[in-house]
Design a protein around this ligand. Structure first.
Ligand code: KIV
Ligand code: ZN
Length: 529
């Protein structure tokens, strides 16, 4: 079957490769919330996880397949090493999805063969078709990735790909696993595959790449010019080490420079037909959700979604933009959904107005979550006269952040000032409903709060990152706190928003501690079995 496509397929791997970023661990509810957001964004394929990796990953893939994998929704994909047990597990997790894909991979570079796999090229040539054919017994849509393709011998790669396609792979993905190639090299690799793999017209060529040299997006765009039609990417470019190619950068490059890319798709340069199916207006919101839930902050100067991406500081630039936007802007902030931030609700707004605005923003909350969010909204509206869309998002993201709540904040109170010793009192309720109260002195109010919490929640950890930013402008703005803590080489994050940044700081810390505590408990249970 000819597998060609005249547009780009967006394969989002935020929930798989993105979640491999240190500290980006998400629970099932958070993964579901992100998957919903990705579906609204219009991605074609969601790589929901690696089902064999852990029971948690299995459940997340299964739940996403169930909740989002409808006939009109995205294809749900699960990763599997090229082994029978991995592939069977992925197939089982994916069963509830109307459209499912198994993505199996095996390394092809000599360095991986010799040191990691201890296998010969001949071994790879026989394992790959066998495992692709096995995956094919479960699903029709099978993707094969020769891991570390960027450093593999192209002649050997052609042979592996030919066999994978002959065994039924409908997508062949070319990973630059270590982010080593340059754009010209990566483009040439894709061109070589197109020219030298005899049955290549029976599969879509996909690309996957890491950003170790900051070249992932540039590499992908060269790959597109040479025939790649699926791009594997993540929101905010999160992922293993320096991350993956960023979805928002790829999509907006193909959108803004459509007339440059159109001819590579056999279209006239002036064609206005989009090159991807992404609803670009959902980009900013999805970016914020991923950043909040993973605790992976977006750098201010990050292309497309950074806080400064549309800010003009220099007087000359400001003057130019006021005279004509196009003098210094190549795209509209509106096109990524950024300026849709009008004041929408206030203290007197009722539950219906609240719910319908949330629906317009794409949040369809169940009764319990809606009630919780409405109470929070009322609380915020009491303190802050005007509630914007961004405030609403912060409230909802806070509420759906279902970190297991063993320790819950009942009270935090601080006293500080230039002549006072910063002192904090906290009351934390534990899973047995007991209220644990203590107080501490710190170098500042947040330090005092964290010290007081440490006195009642005895989970040793090291604070490695703490950041506060405001959701909107204005002195009464809500503050968002993101923190990352470390315990035995693993990082746990917490995020909370509140009009009081001390409360947000305490809540963010407890969320991270609850996550850490859940992992410690699980380890204890596993040790007992
Ligand atoms: O980077 C990589 O090679 C991967 C593969 C599993 C596609 O993530
Ligand atoms: Zn990867």
């Amino acid at each position: 079957m000819n597998q060609q496509t005249d547009r780009i397929i967006i394969f989002d791997t935020t929930l798989r490769d993105g979640e491999q970023s240190p500290g980006a661990t998400l629970n099932v509810d958070e993964k579901l919330a992100i998957a919903r957001s990705l579906a609204r964004l219009g991605v074609d394929v969601i790589e929901a996880g690696f089902p064999y990796a852990s029971p948690g990953d299995f459940i997340a893939v299964q739940k996403i397949a169930e909740a989002i994998g409808s006939e009109n929704g995205p294809t749900i994909c699960g990763l599997a090493r090229a082994t029978r047990q991995d592939i069977a597990k992925a197939a089982e997790a994916l069963k509830p999805a109307a459209k499912s894909r198994i993505h199996t991979f095996l390394a092809t570079s000599d360095i991986h063969l010799e040191y990691k796999l201890k296998k010969t090229r001949q071994d790879i040539l026989s394992i790959v078709p066998e495992m692709v054919a096995y995956a094919k017994t479960f699903v029709n849509d099978v993707e094969f990735s020769p891991e570390d393709a960027g450093r593999s011998d192209p002649e050997f790669l052609y042979q592996v790909l030919e066999r994978a396609i002959a065994a039924g792979a409908t997508t062949v993905n070319i990973p630059d696993t270590v982010g080593y190639t340059t754009p010209a090299e990566f483009g040439a690799l894709i061109r070589g595959i197109k020219e030298n793999v005899p049955n290549i017209d029976q599969a879509i060529i996909s690309v996957h790449g890491h950003n170790d040299l900051g070249l992932a997006v540039a590499n992908f765009l060269e790959a597109v010019k040479n025939g790649a039609r699926q791009l594997e990417c993540t929101i905010n470019g999160i992922g293993e080490r320096a991350g993956n190619a960023a979805l928002e950068e790829l999509v907006m490059a193909l959108h803004v420079r459509r007339s440059y890319f159109n001819p590579f798709f056999g279209r006239p340069a002036e064609s206005t037909e989009p090159l991807t199916q992404i609803n670009t207006k959902e980009i900013y919101k999805t970016s914020r959700m991923v950043s909040n839930l993973t605790g992976m902050m977006v750098q201010p100067n990050k292309a497309i979604v950074g806080a400064n991406a549309f800010a003009h500081q220099s007087g000359i630039h400001q003057d130019g933009v006021l005279k004509h936007k196009l003098t210094y802007e190549i795209m509209d902030a509106e096109s990524i959904g950024l300026t849709n931030n009008q004041i929408v609700l206030g203290k007197l707004s009722g539950r219906n107005a609240f719910q319908s605005r949330l629906k317009e923003l794409g949040f369809d909350l169940g009764e319990t979550d809606l009630n919780k969010a409405f109470l929070r909204f009322k609380d915020v509206a009491d303190k802050k006269k005007e509630i914007t869309d961004w405030d609403l998002e912060a409230i909802v993201n806070d509420e759906i952040q279902n970190a297991p709540e063993v320790f819950c904040l009942e009270l935090v109170q601080v006293s500080c000032g230039d002549h006072a010793r910063p002192t904090a009192t906290v009351i934390v309720r534990n899973a047995n409903g007991e209220e644990l109260m203590d107080a501490a002195i710190g170098t500042g109010p947040v330090d005092a709060v964290y010290k007081a919490i440490n006195r009642v929640v005895d989970v040793p950890n090291q604070l490695i990152e703490f950041s506060v930013k405001s959701v909107t402008g204005g002195i009464d703005a809500m503050g968002e706190v993101t923190i990352r803590i470390k315990h035995e080489d693993r990082i746990y994050s917490g995020h909370a928003a509140n009009t009081d940044i001390i409360v947000a700081s305490a809540k963010a810390y407890l969320i991270a501690l609850n996550r850490l505590y859940a992992v410690l408990q699980q380890k204890e249970q596993e040790a007992m079995v």
